[in-house]
Design a protein. Sequence first.
Length: 727
Amino acid sequence: MLFGRKDRKPIKIADKKVVDWKYAVCGYCSTGCSIEVGLSAEGKPVTSRGKGSAPVNQGKLCIKGIFEHELVTTAGRGTEPLMRDKIYQPYQPTSWDAALDRTADEFKRIQEKYGRDSVAVVSTGQLLTEEFYTLGKLVRGVIGTNNYDGNTTLCMASAVSGYKRSFGSDGPPGCYEDFEHTHCLLAFGSNLPEQHPIIYWRLKEALEKRKFPLIVVDPRVTMMAQFADIHLPITPGTDLVLLNAMAHVIIKEGLQKQDYIDAHCSGYDELAALIEKYDPESASRICGIDADTIRHVARLYAKAPSAMSIWTMGINQSTHGSDGVCGINNLNLITGNIGIPGGTSLSITGQCNAMGTREWSSCSGLPGYRMLEKEEHREEVGKFWGVDPEFFPKKRGLQQTDIFPAIESGEIKALWIVATNPLTSMPNQPRIKKAMEKLKFMVVQDGYADCETAKYAHVYLPGAVWGEKEGVQTNTERRVNLVRKFVEPPGQAKPDYWVFNELAKRFEQGRKIKFPETTSEIFDEMKHLSKGDGRTLDISGMSHDMIEEQRGIQWPMREGEATGNPRLYSDGKFQTSSGKANLLAMDYIENNEVPDNQYPFWLNSGRVVEHFHTRTKTGKIGNLNKFSPTPYMEMNPDAARALGVQHMSYVRLVSRRGDAVVMVQLTQRVPRNMVFIPMHYHDCVNRLSLGLLDPYSRQPAFKQCAVRIEHVDQKEAARLNVERRAF
Ligand SMILES: Nc1nc2c(c(=O)[nH]1)N[C@H]1C(S)=C(S)[C@@H](COP(=O)(O)OP(=O)(O)OC[C@H]3O[C@@H](n4cnc5c(=O)[nH]c(N)nc54)[C@H](O)[C@@H]3O)O[C@H]1N2
Ligand SMILES: Nc1nc2c(c(=O)[nH]1)N[C@H]1C(S)=C(S)[C@@H](COP(=O)(O)OP(=O)(O)OC[C@H]3O[C@@H](n4cnc5c(=O)[nH]c(N)nc54)[C@H](O)[C@@H]3O)O[C@H]1N2
Ligand code: SF4
Ligand SMILES: [Mo]
């Protein structure tokens, strides 16, 4: 039987007259979907489609990937270098030579006067890996400041730190294929359907083939939680308590894999002693999950033939971020769930190339997961680059979240920002703005001239973005994949690696070191540095062409191997000096800002599917921005009724740092004592956030602080909102 109109017309897909398809990997999230961009006869990108044979996405794309080709015509791109003497003066267009000369001269002048570390560099997770490697070479080998970091400190630092503490090295040990094998999946603070839609599709497909329990730990009823079998609405910031309590149940009931622990782990006795006091009843009073549910979930996990955990920002962005990650690793180690199909501890990464920066940018050390603290690593890299190893610092310098306080205290005088927008994305925005105003010199290198941070720079350098340059990115499951260049950058915008190479030439030491001109030559250098006995991060068997042929290859892929390897640590050997994994005994310490009488609501923050971060890109694509053009917050209807707050009205949120006006969306997604704001808007959530730091990773607890709600004049708020809508 036919429903609807009798003369229903078949759906027609407009013929975009594509004459050529170019291969790329998506430039938004770390899922790493393979895309083909369709070019018209004039060479214009006119459409995108998922690559059918790609192992990650098998032809699928999410809403951001589908419209990604539209980025090439978005407003606000930088088309020429800009300069000015003082901030708040109008920028003047200038030549690349003048802008780069000034940048190099200022860095040299400031370093001579105040020391090498008085210039800081903050980069990103969104350049090509070859660009990260080149920036690292420039900063570590030429400019020589130790205050060099990336926005990954806001994002993946806790995962990195936790992997290093547990396994002796960074590197997610599992892969998406593990969904096909697992018998139980535990997801912490990770909303896959919105933030990693194609990883979610992989999970859903696996679940449709073979049912296994999906357990979601998140204080919000996210889309992921709605699809779960069991939802644990945890008290914010207390995941470590839940994890210790699960370990308690497993060990008390003898469900641990003692053979695996004895052969491959150290620290078991200390862990067993610590978790004594984390009985489910005591834990329940802190983490808010009832004792029976803790027992049930612990038993399900431990008894499953294989079980896996995934997590994202709900764990990493916490004052216990690094401990939370180690707690997840503990759980997987004591149940023997590392390096086996379906048994893993898989951090879901954030940005498209957050992995690439971890591997190759030298932010936290030297390229290829090498460490500044190890003499043999300094020697090896120094020799390869032609730099005196004594030039390298012997330990890591400040991270992004410590760089801004060091500007306040006058230790840092100049800042170079590459492809990140900290004025919008850092916690406690009023404090960040003040720090920026204090700088003697700031350079912003961004694809978009209208990013908020550029308002505080002396020099703006226009970077080429996705599709305007060629090179690799690494995704969540360690898959190295390729973006081909399919369009020229606008105006005089240049690929970031070009900028790094040109800047290097302006330093005496930079003229002595070789900086290759093409990304495939840079890739060859990385391959060379990745070779070595027992190295996990080995890409020596790969080439750009081979990567495209296989639609991405997972490291390690050693020279002579036909393809990559899906899992790490399958042999039970870890990257620690003993070769054993560390079980860590970690006590929970209550140290968050929590709601009280004055500020009675938890402020939680995160993302929505249609936007990416500070919206420099998605805010300008109509089919994305139309879904949420306005700063808003999720609020529980019962709480709203008690305060007399209406759906779709404006309110003012106030914290101890500042205030922000947002529109109210009433929803049962959040509990009565919590509001949730997407992080995508400037002058919004990060005017309120506190961002206490994790002691190991220095990552801010973006997702936990306290606010109160006040009424505002609706007309005034609406006017403000229209003015504020930047795009
Ligand atoms: N559409 C879209 N996708 C993206 C991005 C984007 O901007 N837009 N950004 C990418 C990047 S860089 C990242 S890092 C990822 C982030 O991906 P996710 O981490 O999945 O996204 P978020 O919304 O930041 O946070 C996830 C959840 O953490 C929960 N949470 C808050 N506090 C706690 C807690 O104490 N414990 C637990 N267990 N959970 C808690 C929040 O309620 C929220 O639902 O997304 C990537 N993908
Ligand atoms: N309250 C709150 N705040 C948060 C979070 C949260 O959950 N809550 N999440 C945090 C997390 S996980 C992250 S990752 C950060 C993200 O924070 P940011 O890194 O500040 O966000 P983006 O908007 O991605 O900024 C990237 C910038 O790089 C530019 N760009 C993109 N590609 C290129 C390129 O190839 N070359 C150059 N030169 N420029 C390029 C873009 O135009 C953009 O301005 O935000 C953090 N802030
Ligand atoms: S899931 Fe992530 S990588 Fe895939 S298309 Fe969407 S934004 Fe791009
Ligand atoms: Mo992130």
